[in-house]
Design a binder for this molecule. Structure first.
Ligand SMILES: Nc1ncnc2c1ncn2[C@@H]1O[C@H](COP(=O)(O)OP(=O)(O)OP(=O)(O)O)[C@@H](O)[C@H]1O
Length: 806
């Protein structure tokens, strides 16, 4: 129990700090304005201050230096201005709620204890030495997250500091007033966390700096491993930890890492918008956000039409029973497997010996360089060279060949014809550029130009003995060069490699496939699978499951693209990526560290990778010594009742621990027929809204089920309903209908499962879909059926839910 006197003292200190903040802001304001004005003034008058004089080399040099100097002054002013604005903004953010924690730490060997107040950014007293507020990312602040009162230590760049924590206090401060204050005894944050978690869902994620848990702090501050893997149950704070980790890295390495050197791969564009405010809330710029799909589209999308991951999962979920379904499913699984990845690598070796496919270079309906010539040249190079190196040599050879073919082409009859088609303007242009070219080369020509100017008479080229001949030669050169330019460009872009055929020929009958891949095993429906793949390719289309392997093969031949600027890669929902995709990311971001966060319990795509199984390819990606695995088992999102209900849907889910926040048991609603279902869903939605819940989701298995539910619910009164599709870019509060795979990573106050019957969730891969859908709920969970319950629901003990029938 906190004493009145403590309240009084804390409020008093709070006021002092706020006054100092305000005073500093007032002090800074004119400086901020002044520097801003100066910078914009310099920008406006930039060209007034410099005179460009090119009369002599010296003049030119001088002008050049003036410009350089002037822009250096401008850049410095702009930098100072930016720094000040940031300081000012930081203080403004602190003003309403300067800190959220306090620890009193008695360092061993010293005879006094320090009061450490922790907030979203540091604030120093005027002397510049005394921290009135410590940034939550400072080494000393880690005490707050890692310890309860008692012996404690923290690590600084100069070593470990030991001592005793004498007090740990948490605050809720709003508009400059302490609303709540707790002294923690054991685990930190329970009371504060209770309050935070009890609130409603938001359309945007919030930062969790005030209540980071110890195991999350380990993720945030890990700075030693090349690969950090986090396997955490639904709602255990993986995404939150990832975002605070970004903020931590930006703070700790502020001299060396910029926000745009960090990239986060997220499950879908909706999720991007959901998390986009967390870092700005913490005073940091957002990292880059993308999806793997965007990468694929960027590198392959111009040549082929790619199926996206959502269309793929929609097919998996809705096309069962249709022709070719089983083969396609086997294909999806196989193409995401490590066996296939290995077979691609072996295929690369085979290609080094035989089987390369090239596109001949054609020009005006002629084959200038045939595919056969390329093949012979390619396999004529030293075979100990890698495929990539030999392709580079071939590219060089092709460019040389093109240059000599281009020379020969100048005499071709079509060139002559083309010359006669040149209109006057083109001729005049050619004439001008011809003279320009000559001017540079030819002193006499230079003289002629000057004379032409002085006498104001166009010079007579007639007097020039071979000028007409030269002119024609130059024009021919120009015309042919223009026609050859696209050929050169396409060679530079490796268009001479027929990647499509190279990829397609892998899908031959089993014995051929084995021969080309050093004996890789094939799935039972291999031939059907090959047929499907090749049919797609013939239409210049790619199944989603082929996109990464295709890109992999392409880069195996043309060389790997790398992005060395990126220093940290974050992969959220990491269970949904295949080993090949990880291999690809590792190569692409060759200098980056990786943080992968995911939950195998939510692996709803077929190309899933376990994050923490002993044989997980992820654990091997960077090797044991460079890898750390952290498991999170406590679920913070949902009430205890919801976690107890959902965890038993998973095999082995008993290990998931609920945070002690009580609520209602999930409700199972069984209705007579469809009409009854929709009126009941709508009645429940209205009831929930009346209780004050304003973020409610009706979750379906697929997009087609979403469309159906949306249409029916609108008939039953749901005018304010929104249908979320893969093209929806942002979230708003309200009632939405959404397929589960788009609800990944996000949360709602209340979730209504549209159809929890065995028709929808019965297969093993549907177990995780139902689990993922139900775990989106923070406070309330209702499930509906018009008949039986899904076996995953039936298997749950009856005391975990409430049953209603209509
Ligand atoms: N330490 C914490 N303090 C306050 N809230 C927390 C904390 N950890 C997690 N939460 C809250 O729990 C919810 C779930 O967190 P988050 O989305 O990060 O979990 P997740 O593991 O990524 O979930 P999922 O895998 O289900 O998408 C969020 O509302 C988040 O704010």
């Amino acid at each position: 129990m906190i004493k009145d006197n403590d309240w009084y003292q804390e409020q008093e200190r709070l006021e002092q700090v706020r006054n100092k903040l305000q005073a500093r802001m007032d002090e800074l304001e004119p400086e901020v304005d002044g520097l801003g004005a100066q910078a914009s003034d310099i920008r406006k008058r930039f060209w007034e201050e410099v005179t460009i004089n090119t009369a002599t080399d010296e003049d030119f040099e001088e002008s050049f230096y003036t410009i350089k100097q002037q822009s250096a002054v401008l850049a410095e002013r702009e930098r100072s201005h930016k720094r000040l604005v940031q300081q000012w903004n930081n203080m403004k953010r602190l003003l309403a709620s300067p800190y959220f924690g306090r620890i009193d730490f008695h360092e061993k060997g010293l005879n006094l204890s320090e009061q450490v107040y922790i907030g979203v950014t540091s604030f120093l007293d005027e002397d510049g030495l005394n921290f009135l507020i410590y940034d939550w990312r400072t080494p000393i602040a880690s005490l707050y997250y890692d310890y309860s009162p008692g012996p404690a230590s923290y690590v600084t760049p100069v070593g470990k500091i030991e001592g005793t924590m004498e007090l740990k206090r948490q605050f809720q401060i709003q508009n400059g007033q302490i609303r709540n204050m707790f002294d923690a005894t054991e685990t930190i944050g329970d009371e504060l966390l209770q309050q935070v978690l009890g609130k409603g869902a938001d359309s945007q994620m919030k930062s969790i700096v005030a209540t980071i848990q110890k195991e999350q702090n380990a993720i945030i501050r890990d700075d030693h491993h090349r690969m950090l893997i986090v396997q955490g149950s639904a709602g255990s704070g993986k995404t939150s930890a990832a975002l605070q980790r970004v903020a931590y890295l930006l703070y700790k390495h502020r001299q060396t890492i910029r926000a745009d050197q960090i990239v986060l791969f997220s499950p879908n564009p909706l999720f991007n918008s959901y998390i986009s405010t967390v870092l700005p809330e913490l005073g940091e710029e957002n990292m880059q956000q993308t999806t793997f799909q965007e990468y694929l589209d960027y590198w392959l999308g111009s040549a082929l039409s790619l199926e996206d991951v959502f269309d793929q999962i929609e097919y998996v979920l809705t096309a069962r029973g249709s022709a070719g379904y089983e083969a396609r499913i086997q294909g999806i699984e196989y193409k995401a497997s490590e066996v296939f990845m290995q077979s691609l690598q072996n295929y690369g070796l085979w290609l080094g010996q035989e089987g390369m496919q090239f596109n001949s270079i054609r020009f005006r309906d002629r084959e200038l360089i045939t595919a056969e010539q390329m093949k012979t040249t390619f396999y004529g190079y030293d075979r100990s060279l890698s495929v990539v190196n030999r392709i580079a040599l071939l590219q060089e050879w092709l460019l040389k060949e093109l240059a000599s073919l281009e020379r020969a082409e100048r005499e071709a009859p079509w060139v002559e014809e083309e010359l006669s088609y040149l209109d006057n303007d083109q001729y005049a242009e050619a004439f001008r550029s011809l003279h320009k070219e000559k001017e540079l080369l030819d002193l006499t020509e230079h003289y002629a130009v000057v004379r032409e100017k002085i006498t104001k008479q166009r010079r007579g080229d007639e007097g020039d003995f071979d000028y007409a001949v030269k002119e024609e030669q130059l024009l021919r050169r120009k015309v042919v060069k223009e026609h050859f330019a696209p050929l050169r460009r396409s060679v530079m872009k490796f268009k001479f490699v027929d990647v499509k055929r190279i990829y397609a020929q892998l899908f031959a009958d089993e014995s051929v496939y084995r021969e080309r891949t050093n004996g890789a095993v094939t799935p039972p429906l291999w031939l059907e699978m090959c047929k499907q793949t090749k049919e797609k390719l013939a239409n210049n289309e790619l199944f989603h499951e082929d996109a990464t392997p295709y890109l992999y093969v392409k880069e195996m031949i043309e060389g790997v693209r790398t992005n060395t600027d990126i220093r940290h890669v974050f992969v959220d929902e990491g269970q949904d990526y295949s080993p090949l995709q990880y291999e690809y990311l590792k190569k692409l971001f060759s200098r980056a560290r990786m943080t992968v966060l995911g939950d195998f319990g939510q692996a709803i795509f077929l190309q899933a990778t376990s994050l923490d199984a002993d044989d997980s390819p992820l654990l091997r990606l960077f090797g044991e010594n460079e890898t750390r695995l952290i498991r999170l088992v406590r679920s913070y999102r949902s009430t205890r009742e919801i976690v107890e209900f959902t965890r038993l849907m998973l095999t082995g889910g008993e290990g998931i621990l609920p945070f002690q926040r009580g609520g209602h048991k999930p409700i199972l609603v069984q209705t007579e027929g469809e009409d009854q279902r929709y009126s009941q869903i709508w009645a429940d939605i209205e009831g929930l809204m009346a209780e004050g819940f304003d973020s409610i989701a009706v979750i379906t298995k697929s997009a087609s089920e979403s469309r159906e539910a949306y249409a029916s619910l609108r008939v039953h009164g749901g005018g304010k309903l929104r249908l979320i599709t893969k093209d929806t870019l942002g979230f708003h509060k309200g009632v939405v209908v959404i397929p589960v795979y788009l609800a990944k990573g996000v949360e709602f106050d209340a979730v209504l499962i549209h159809d929890a019957s065995p028709e929808t969730y019965a297969q093993e891969n549907e177990r995780k879909l139902l689990y993922t859908a139900c775990t989106r709920a923070m406070h309330r969970l209702h499930l509906f059926t018009t008949g039986e319950w899904s076996p995953f629901v039936q298997a749950l003990p009856a005391n975990l839910y409430e049953l209603r029938s209509y």
